[in-house]
Design a protein around this ligand. Structure first.
Ligand SMILES: Nc1ncnc2c1ncn2[C@@H]1O[C@H](COP(=O)(O)OP(=O)(O)OP(=O)(O)O)[C@@H](O)[C@H]1O
Ligand SMILES: [Mg+2]
Length: 366
């Protein structure tokens, strides 16, 4: 396996930059997920690593080798695409063996590798079947098998699970993590699904408009987003944002907007010093907004009176969509809370979990 290094990589399509000056270091054996909205440049980045797309500027290294001029077949990578396009007339075994046959591997070597990959993927009993005799998840695993048998230095995966139904996706996520451990593989995985990004990667790289926004461990990205876009992109329902002013009175800092006003906890308030009497964006995630009965343990809190617009009963929890004055916000409350549409409902902000963003640069202040 090998590391992958992108240095100031840019891709222009005519005069439009699809990928802008990306610097990304993927360690040997690391599982990195590229995530971002449609059209942000994920596939283009992956295709440049694979050598399927020329680089306009910058350098890409696989292992210690600069691969800018190395053709795809000599990069020792395997790519798994969203559409897995198996050969319909070939049995599973032959689908997996095909690439190795083309490379002129011996029959014995091919057999060893195919059986080994089939074992890892739980496909051994299906080796004699045709693709049409398999379920979607099984076919997807064959596509993965085709990559595994090649013993590549790096796996590049472009939304490989997006054709599967929700339940199969969850199963395949678990399987991919297992495979990653077992093969000690370097994996670069592209998805626009933030749940996949959070659960699969050791590192998440968030991209917007061709620019890398943040590269960190999933929980770091979630808990300490570097800017407002990252904060809003990861998490469902998304973070609530409110524009308002920072005020300072008698040494205390307050955040004030049309719907509410609260004192910012002293341990973080200092970071707002240069924003006094200026506009900021305040952010809080739905799961950091509690119903009153469940909020007893919270040591820094703010109680807000709201009116319930509607709710979504999830069984294990309830999403409550409320208005505080003119402002709409979403809270995630206990399944027992039972907020009634149209009624008043008290909610509690956990002030240990608040975020502030600069309204101009969008960068995180706290
Ligand atoms: N061959 C091409 N010629 C011109 N523009 C292209 C080409 N390929 C991609 N683009 C543009 O580059 C940008 C990035 O595309 P890319 O396919 O990398 O996005 P993506 O992040 O993979 O999106 P999705 O989640 O929809 O797959 C888009 O604006 C797209 O229209
Ligand atoms: Mg894509």
């Amino acid at each position: 396996m090998a590391r992958v290094l992108l240095k100031n990589v840019t891709k222009m399509f005519d005069d439009v930059a699809a990928v802008k000056d990306v610097n990304l270091a993927i360690k040997d054996k690391e599982f990195v997920v590229l995530v971002g909205p449609s059209g942000c440049g994920k596939t283009t980045t992956l295709r440049m690593i694979a050598g399927l797309e020329e680089i306009s500027r910058g350098e890409i290294y696989i292992g210690d080798r600069l691969v800018n001029e190395v053709p795809p077949k000599d990069r020792n990578i395997a790519m798994v695409f969203q559409s897995y396009a198996l050969y319909p007339h070939m049995k599973v075994y032959d689908n997996m063996a095909f690439g190795l046959k083309l490379r002129g591997e011996s029959k014995k070597e091919i057999d060893t590798r195919v059986r080994e990959a089939a074992e890892i993927l739980g496909l051994t009993v299906y080796l004699d079947r045709l693709p049409k005799q398999l379920s979607g998840g099984q076919r997807q695993r064959v596509a993965l098998g085709r990559a595994i048998v090649r013993h590549p230095q790096v796996f590049l995966m472009d939304e490989p699970l997006s054709n599967l139904d929700a339940k199969l996706r969850v199963q395949m996520r678990a399987q991919l993590q297992r495979i990653h451990k077992q093969l000690e593989a370097t994996i670069v995985y592209v998805t626009h699904d933030q749940v996949e990004a959070m659960t699969l990667g050791q590192k998440v790289a968030v991209i917007l408009n061709g620019e890398l926004q943040q590269v960190d461990a999933p929980l770091t990205v979630y808990e300490r987003p570097t800017n407002r876009f990252v904060a809003g992109f990861l998490g469902s329902p998304p973070m609530n944002f409110f524009k308002g002013q920072v005020r300072k009175k008698e040494g205390k800092y307050f955040f004030e907007c049309e719907g509410f006003k609260f004192e910012v906890p002293a341990d973080v308030a200092g970071q707002l010093a240069s924003y006094v009497d200026r506009e900021v964006s305040f952010g809080i995630r739905p799961e950091d907004i509690w119903d009153i009965p469940s909020s007893g343990w919270i040591d820094q809190k703010f109680l807000i009176e709201t009116r319930v617009e509607f709710r979504e009963l999830m069984g294990s929890e309830t999403f409550v969509y409320v208005k505080a004055g003119p402002l709409a916000l979403t809270g995630r409350v206990g399944a027992m809370a039972d907020p009634q549409p149209g009624s008043k409902f008290g909610l509690v902000f956990n002030l240990r979990k608040i975020h502030f963003f600069d309204p101009e640069t969008q960068k995180a202040i706290i």
